[in-house]
Design a protein. Structure first.
Lengths: 181, 281
């Protein structure tokens, strides 16, 4: 995007006012990504807020290159991943004891996040291993290349492509099974 | 449709709107950071343009063509009085130039896709400055009046606009800065060159030169050539073309110029219809 190049240029020169525009432009995409990763709207908005707070503090102190949306999606993903790990540590016993089948039905909370239409999808997404869900969302929602996702996750591109294939296959299976029932 | 594409499409349909509360928090923090540190750098638009790796070339070329051609760096036997071009351009207070960057990716031998962007600059001591940035199907227009006290941004596709103040210490410098003889064309003309003779561009008789490996600030091009064309009647620059390649991608820069009488003063006035909403709270 041409506009993004100028926003990055101004940001790199210390102009924090451009963050108003950056936020308005990408806020919905980032909240959607964070919510799909965390399955929690409040946490998702906190993550996006945190990303912009960090962005504010960094203006003029580092140079941003490449895709602005990709950069923001990566920031959101990293924070969501940390939050997810922290949450897993807190609730590890309870979550490990919950069988997948229990999660197949959309919980009221999941339905509430994305609406009735996408309740099934978000419930199915929740059943994916976190790394696979992350790859799928970065690829589909964040429109990121596999190579960029591999860099974000610190794994090989083959691993990322494998995670994507597994995620799609499992999601398809979950959604089709549910439709048959 | 393949399962992968179907799932991909399904996931892409997920959409949430950021809440009003989040809007308030983020915009509030941005505003607060601006208030807390009033000494933060607020680069002027002209500085942005002049230092942009992409537009520096165009901006510098626009203001230096005359001055540098006037140095008689090339011994041109044609009809153009190169030495007089600086004074001609300095007498002009309004001009436009448009930079178009075309990118052609070769996908095998069968298909090719093009992408790039276009920047149109209107510069006037009398009327101010305007820049239209076009790319990805969207145009964003930026305006700075002659007083240089505000920056107005308008996005017609989104019916949005914004206006922000510019710091007083940087006002009033635009004309001088734009006439500053940046070194771009000097470097351009210092390259190995050959005469192109006379030609016709859009019905205008022109005379040109071609240089090899022209300077392309911020973008490394292989096997690049640059061509400069000057109107033989007005003896003002008409066009600069640069062609080269980077990572097997063909890249073409096209800079087009219009001088004074061809630029409508109304272009410098932001057009903000009543149904447009402010970009920031």
């Amino acid at each position: 995007m041409v506009e993004d190049k100028f926003l990055i240029l101004r940001f790199n020169r210390g102009d924090r006012r451009v963050l108003h525009r950056v936020y308005d432009k990408y806020k919905d995409d980032l909240v959607t990504l964070a919510a799909a990763l965390l399955m929690d709207r409040t946490s998702a908005e906190d993550v996006v807020h945190d990303v912009f707070l960090s962005f504010l503090g960094a203006a003029g102190r580092f140079r941003l290159t490449g895709s602005l949306k990709g950069y923001l999606a990566t920031c959101v993903t990293n924070r969501a991943r940390n939050l997810n790990k922290a949450g897993r540590r807190r609730h590890s016993v309870a979550l490990e004891d919950v069988p997948d089948a229990v999660c197949a039905e959309a919980s009221p909370e999941q339905v509430a996040i994305f609406g009735e239409e996408f309740g099934r999808l978000s419930a199915a997404l929740k059943q994916l291993p976190y790394e696979q869900r992350e790859v799928l969302l970065l690829r589909s929602q964040g429109r990121m290349r596999f190579a960029a996702i591999a860099e974000t996750q610190g794994v090989s591109i083959n691993t990322v492509q494998g995670r994507y294939r597994y995620a799609v296959e499992k999601l398809r299976s979950l959604l089709e099974n549910e439709a048959e029932e | 449709m393949k399962p992968m594409n179907r799932i991909d499409k399904h996931v892409r349909q997920l959409h949430l709107r950021a809440s009003d509360d989040l809007d308030r928090r983020v915009h509030g923090d941005i505003d607060k950071s601006l208030t807390d540190k009033p000494t933060i750098t607020h680069p002027m638009m002209r500085r942005t343009i002049m230092t942009s790796s992409i537009t520096k070339l165009a901006a510098a070329a626009a203001v230096t063509l005359a001055a540098l051609l006037g140095l008689n760096l090339i011994d041109h036997p044609g009809g153009v009085a190169w030495a007089q071009i600086p004074s001609r351009i300095e007498a002009i207070d309004t001009f436009m130039f448009r930079l178009t960057i075309g990118v052609r990716r070769q996908a095998g031998a069968e298909t090719a896709s093009e992408q790039g962007g276009q920047w149109t600059f209107y510069l006037s001591e009398r009327y101010g400055f305007r820049m239209d940035i076009t790319g990805g199907g969207t145009t964003v227009s930026w305006y700075v009046p002659p007083e240089e006290d505000t920056l107005t941004m308008v996005i017609p596709a989104e019916k949005k606009w914004s206006r922000t103040p510019l710091p007083p210490e940087q006002r009033g410098k635009m004309p001088e800065e734009y006439k500053d003889p940046a070194d771009y064309l000097k470097r351009f003309l210092a390259r190995p060159q050959k005469e192109l003779g006379r030609s016709v561009i859009d019905g205008v008789a022109v005379e040109g030169i071609e240089v090899t490996d022209p300077p392309t600030d911020g973008q490394k091009l292989e096997n690049a050539v640059g061509r400069l064309w000057v109107d033989t009647a007005t003896e003002l620059p008409i066009r600069i073309e640069i062609e080269g390649a980077a990572n097997d991608v063909a890249i073409r820069w096209l800079m087009e110029f219009k001088w004074s009488e061809a630029v409508d003063p109304a272009l410098f006035q932001p057009n903000i219809p009543s149904d447009y909403t402010p970009l920031t709270p």
